[in-house]
Each structure stands twice: as C-alpha cells, then as structure tokens.
Design a binder for this molecule. Structure first.
Ligand SMILES: N[C@@H](CCC(=O)N[C@@H](CS)C(=O)NCC(=O)O)C(=O)O
Length: 323
C-alpha cells in the first residue's frame, strides 16, 4: 500500500493488525507492529518532506519511540531466552536426577532370590538395568566386587549404593518407591510377613532341598517337608493372597521359592509334594499368582528350570560324596 498521508498510515496500521490477526493482549506482537508502524512513518515523512518544523518534530519523536520499542523488544527477547535457558537447565537437572535414580540388578534367571526382586520392581513400575549371571559356570568381576562376602545374586544398586540379601532389597524397594506397597502397613502384619518369609527361605528351603537330594528315606523327607508346608496352607486359608486382596511381600517370597523353584525340582524328581487334595488352598493360590502378569514375566521357563534344578541336585549330591 502506498502511504501518502497520515490517514493512510493509520489505515495501514489497522490493516497490519487485521491481516496478521494480531491480538492486542500479545504485548510482543503489539511492539513488533508498532515498530513496523514507525518504519512506515519514517518512509512517509522522508517521502513527503513537508513542513520542516513538523518533520524535525516527528523525526525526533520517531527515534525516541523507535529506540524505546527496540529496548522493549530486546528485553522481552532476553526474558524469553532466560526462560528457555532455565527450562533447559531444568531438563538437565531431570536427566541428572534420572541418572542418580539409576537402578541396576545383578541376578540370575533361575534364582528365586533374584526373581522376587524383579517382581517387586515390576510391581512398583521401577525401570532397571538387568544383568544375568550364570553362577553355576562363572561369576562376573562386577558380582565379586559388589558382593565380596557372599558372592551371590541378587545384587541391587541404587544411586550408587549397593544392597544385598533379597528380603532387605525388597524392603528397601518398598520404602523407596512407596506406590503399590508390598509390606503390610501395620506393625504386626509387617512382623508376621517377615516371620513367614524367613520361615520359607530358611526352613522350607532347607528341608525342601533335603527331600531333593535324599535318595534313601525319601518318604520321611517328603513327610518332613509337607509338615512345614501345612503351616503355609493354614496361613493362606480364607485369603485371596498372603498379602490380602493383592499380592505383597510374602506372596513374592513364597511365590518365587515354592511353586517356581522347589516345585520344579520336585517335578524333576517325580515327587508330588503339594497334592491338591492335601493342600487345596495353596494350590488355589498358586493358580491365582500364575494369572498375574508381572509374576508370569519374572518366572523361569518350566522345562529349563527343571533341568537347572537337576543340575543343582547333582552338584549337591556330588559335593556330599566328596570326603
Ligand atoms: N540369602 C540370599 C541368598 C542368595 C542366594 O543364595 N543366591 C544364589 C542363587 S539362587 C547364589 O547366588 N548362589 C551362588 C553360589 O552359591 O555360589 C538372598 O536372600 O538374597
């Protein structure tokens, strides 16, 4: 548009707003358009060169206005840049926090102690990095470095801190990521969950392995193991899970140790240690936890696991024969 008179300029300014659909509440756009307005004004004045007095006046006010506007625009841009920088720093801090949150698990696919830690992490939705140890063949330098005392899996690392012993790791996970709690909240419930978990890992596991390696007096060994399992049958009676309505600490401990470890060994030896008629409630519970996706994701393949358990049985037998 050709600007020949002040009225043209005003008209052009109005058009400018309308064409670009600029809203007056957008301060930045308003300043931008005002700058455009000043530039048009300068063209207009220099083109027409009328009334020296007026021209001088308009030029001086034009420069004042233009510089003020430029200052405003620059300060607005600086503020925007500062905001951008701040956001980038925040993102940087977030990724630092993510690195600090880094969780690593050194486990083994057939180890019930490792399976339970994975179950808890999945239940809590905690992302983690996993490395698998074939501890029957060799142990990695990292495992030996992080667990020099026991040289066993699982080894759990969080924020550079190393944790050992599956029960302690589960408690740490529960207290660090408080969503979907796994331990009962009341002190008595918590103490009892710990009691039964210790009972399973110490008593049931010991007697269970004894029944796997004993060729003679096998009936006595089975009876001994079943006596202990009877306590668990009583404990689960009348409950959906050991943890109540949802799976909890004890379900994870018993689940990883009995149906997906010892039972696989018993199956390999042809022993029906937990018959349905004798342990209906425990069998119902086993079927129930098998339906849970995170449990299914963590348990070892049945055939592979039976083979692994047979290797362990062979080793224990061989070691007991060595003088
Ligand atoms: N009490 C430990 C037991 C860990 C454990 O016995 N891990 C076995 C795998 S199932 C292991 O690493 N064994 C290696 C070895 O004995 O050399 C826990 O609860 O974490």
């Amino acid at each position: 548009m050709k600007i020949e008179a002040p009225s043209d300029l005003l008209h052009a300014h109005r058009q400018f707003f309308m064409n670009r659909r600029i809203t007056m509440d957008s301060n930045y756009n308003y300043l931008d358009s005002s700058l455009w307005f000043c530039d048009q004004y300068q063209n207009f004045v220099s083109m027409n060169c009328f009334q020296v007095f007026k021209t001088n006046f308009y030029f001086s006010s034009y420069f004042t206005i233009k510089h003020r506007l430029l200052d405003s625009i620059n300060s607005q841009r600086r503020t925007e840049e500062l905001h951008r920088e701040e956001n980038e720093n925040e993102r940087g801090r977030d990724s630092m926090a993510e690195k600090e949150e880094y969780v690593k698990l050194i486990g083994s696919w057939a180890s019930p102690f490792s399976r339970r830690v994975e179950m808890a992490l999945k239940l809590k939705g905690v992302p983690y990095d996993y490395s698998d140890e074939d501890y029957l063949v060799t142990k990695s330098p990292l495992l030996l470095q992080l667990n020099p005392i026991y040289k066993k899996v699982p080894v759990f690392v969080h924020k550079g801190k190393v944790l050992l012993e599956s029960h302690l790791i589960l408690e740490y996970i529960d207290q660090t990521w408080t969503r979907n709690p796994i331990l009962p909240q009341d002190p008595y419930g918590k103490a009892m969950a710990r009691f039964w978990a210790k009972f399973v890992d110490e008593q049931v596991t010991l007697i269970g392995f004894r029944s796997l390696v004993k060729s003679e007096e096998i009936d006595v060994a089975i009876k001994e193991a079943q006596e202990l399992i009877t306590y668990l049958e009583k404990e689960i009676t009348g409950k959906m899970f050991f943890g109540g309505e949802t799976i909890g600490f004890l379900d994870i401990v018993v689940g990883s140790m009995i149906p997906f470890c010892l039972v696989r060994g018993w199956e390999g030896m042809g022993i029906d240690m937990i018959p349905k008629e004798k342990f209906p409630e425990l069998n119902r519970w086993i079927e129930k936890i098998k339906e849970i996706e995170i449990v299914r994701e963590c348990i070892p393949n049945r055939e592979k696991n039976i083979e692994h358990m047979m290797k362990i049985v062979g080793r224990i037998k061989a070691a007991s024969k060595t003088p």
